[in-house]
Design a protein around this ligand. Sequence first.
Ligand code: FEO
Ligand code: CA
Ligand code: CA
Length: 717
Amino acid sequence: MKQGHIAGTSADFDEILKRRLSRRSLLKGSLATASARYIGAGALGATGAVEARAGSTQLRLNFNAVAKSLDDLVRLPSGYSYKLLLATGDPIAPGIPAYSNSGVDEAGSFARRAGDHNDGMHFFGMNSKGRWDSESSERALLCVNHEAITSAFLHPQGQTIVDGKRTVDTEVVKEMLAHGVSVIEVRREAGSYSLQKDSPRNRRITTLTEVEISGPAAGSPLMITRYSPTGKRTRGTLGNCANGHTPWGTYLTCEENWAGYFRRPTSDDAKRSAKQLTALKRYNVAGKGRELWATASPDSHDQRFSRWDASITGASADGSDDYRNAPNTFGWVVEIDPFNPDVAPKKRTALGRFAHEGAWPGPVRAGQPLVWYMGCDARGEYIYKFVSAKLWDPADAGKGMAAGDKYLDDGRLYAARFNADGTGDWLELSLGKNGMTSTHPTYSFTDQADVLVHARLAADAVGATKMDRPEWGAVNPRNGEVYMTLTYNPSRDFNQLDAANPRYYTDPKAGKQGRGNVNGHIVRWAEQDNHQGATHFRWDVFLFASRESADRNNVNLSGLDASNDFSSPDGLWFSRRGLLWIETDDHAYRDSSNCMLLAAIPGAVGDGAEREVISRDGEQQKTIKTHIGATATPDTLRRFLVGPVDCEITGLAESPDGKALFVNIQHPGETTNEKGFDITKPSTYLSHWPEGGDTRPRSATIVITRDDGGLIGADIV
Ligand code: FEO
Ligand code: CA
Ligand code: CA
């Protein structure tokens, strides 16, 4: 087998294991051991666990499929149980009272409570000295994103809004603190995990935390704000959706839906240059601002609130007296060192600015660059990858933000083009390459900071492929192939279907989401030769999501049945064993089921066939040829969990020994307010999960274990 090539058979997997184990034996000392373990954890399976299993690596699902459900419950297979670990408002520090869940909790206390909308997360095993140990299952720091809020539930009677303005500042402070990230210590007790409420390592990062701007865009004129006239700092992180991690033991939280929080009235357009307007429009920075934060304390000029006003209000030429550039300080991958709470998080600008869903590491190899895969989650947006300039030195494991400075501030950003013939290309987004210059007809790129701040415009310029909303990615530890969900796209232009986004159909039961790519799909690719230097790949569609009853020739193309049909894949995550978990955030199949979690045993790119798909829009018809992975069977894809009413299933983490799975139940009952219920009467809410009765619903992290203490989801046979 060619050096660096990773093929898709179990025989190859065994060969990889042997190579890795011999490499591991060459490494000495604690850091070397930690990094060797990481090679196992991040790239090729769990070292310790897999060593014992080398030679027997086939997976078999170990549960019966859970039926679709509309109940306000978490449904699991028999033999499995869950425990609530961290719900919205839970105290994470001594002295903070239990959460009232009635809206009356003191606003400032949210700096020491779990935020809302639990999302992406990562389990950082910890040894007895409080240091990172990727093999420790007994004790860990769990980093949990809090993407957004269901604001109605946070206050006694929902938000107070008078004449379009927020008039109760404490409500706004509570909301700002309920976003961000929680770092919590957990310990295994009686087979499951408990929050260590009094741990000194527990920490919140919120929209108010000071954050450094790092990498090529730090100090750029595009980053100048009243808060930081040097353009090297900003306040907080926002829209923390999915996540990633690094081989040196830090957490990556990714900023997705940040743009909508900014207020920018149309009157601001007249003060902007044509170039600025192109950029603001491309990132949708316009309107009143979600949650109306900029309207709080309008006369006090409190920058905690005024910073959400992105219009030009000051007299300066550079923006150092207002927040016209504040949106440029969001939309990044943000690095947090969970083991060092005194160090400010850093926004790593080399990875580009867009609606970052997450950042998933590719295989980690000593002496090779590091790679992260990323998606921009909006309709018709792109898939990206970042390749570090520096080559991975395993001695950097455990070095925290200093390692981040080395690997994440310098590298090349690419956007993906999926060709009709099943090949693909990574198109470099660097000034002067692929036509990105100051004379580009749609946008004049000034420097590399301009390219990175406006990565969407850069990807437009190079001709990347517009995808049906890239959500999560995941890298198969068995063969290095990369998977990414394309959740759904009711806005897909019928005249711009392509091989990687080929479906367009109508589903009357799906309401306003029932047109276009109604149910979404999962694409995957194999890098040519290796991840690090590759600019070419081969791809296919791993799965097309669908109702089981849909037309099997053109819609239910993966042959889903009642045990495994699903819609709107969103979260995606590989266990160390190579088991693929698929989570849904669905808007089109809600007549039949709440959102769910499925387990898949994937094959490899090219294990299916080329197919012609007929798409229809009214009387119009188009035939698109695409590349589809092997048909799903109940043995390769099975529903594992169904969540409560009106929730999204998201965020996944596993204990290193594979015996506990952490899952987030996000925003149960979310549309209660939108649907005109009386918010002052909790008995009328759409969901009461997790506490039941007439309680307000809460987002929460749950821990799933097997009653017999075995591996979650699949056994190795
Ligand atoms: Fe926050 Fe695209 O999901
Ligand atoms: Ca998502
Ligand atoms: Ca989603």
